[in-house]
Ligand binder design. Sequence first.
Ligand code: SAM
Length: 293
Amino acid sequence: MFSYRHAFHAGNHADVLKHTVLIATLQHLTQKDAALTVLDTHAGAGLYRLDGDYASTSGEASDGILRLVQASGLAPALQDYVDMVRAFNTGPATKVYPGSPFIAQRLLRDHDKLKLFELHPTDLRALAGNVAQLEAGRQVAVLHEDGFEGVKKFLPPPARRALLLCDPSYEIKSDYGRVLDMVQDALKRFATGTYAVWYPIIPRPEAHDLPRRLKTLATKAGKSWLHATLTVKSSQIVKSPDGEAKRPGLPASGMFLINPPFTLKAALQPALPQMVELLAQDRHATHTLESGG
Ligand code: SAM
């Protein structure tokens, strides 16, 4: 069974990038009346406590969302992200962090559908419990299934409009290949869907190859694409004063979208430099934003 628990990482810099992109994308996709299906292949627990044991141990939210909540003059996409997180908190402190299922659910209309896949039994139980508190009824389905395989039966969706978010933990090396195979298969089933893939930027060949291979896939299929990355620190292994090599933690991540909303690049253009400025952990912090097709 997997050891990855998103509760350690909730609200970190990777979530800032991923969830800002998710919100901007859904805001655009929910402008048309026709029903939208959102498929979240790797849902996690849905809601996280930032003052709980997991988040307090890792402290990752302190270098993520918690650096943004006090900031002023934010670009609209980043402000919308902060406002979304704040909407899950009643008091002045930011203690609750919404994962992708709850962010999506907030933005969907009554006639839209949300399909959530989660394999880890503990996260599944938490997710199902959190979803049960919603008044969303049949709008949200929680599925204890492998997300890579499970999405197939929902493509194409009835109203032929869908956003698929693929956000694995990449604990298993084969996840990289499975993402690519899943997107390739999904494009065959439903060529006009919007596909959003999060991936870590780490010194591992599969991680470097994934965006390159997604770009080739999109280009060959004649699809538009957008690729945004956020780096907050160097990936170099650092030595502590006692000479022990220390892993730097996740230094950077990327979002690759196929058939992105045409408004997304303009929304991210002012938001990404602000993420760099506010989330930088050393002088290597930077971003990239590319699109094509
Ligand atoms: N998307 C979530 C968010 O943004 O709030 C975070 C998801 S977390 C990075 C990845 C989750 O996928 C973990 O909870 C893990 O248990 C789950 N998982 C791992 N492999 C899976 C698979 N093949 N199918 C479905 N869920 C899986």
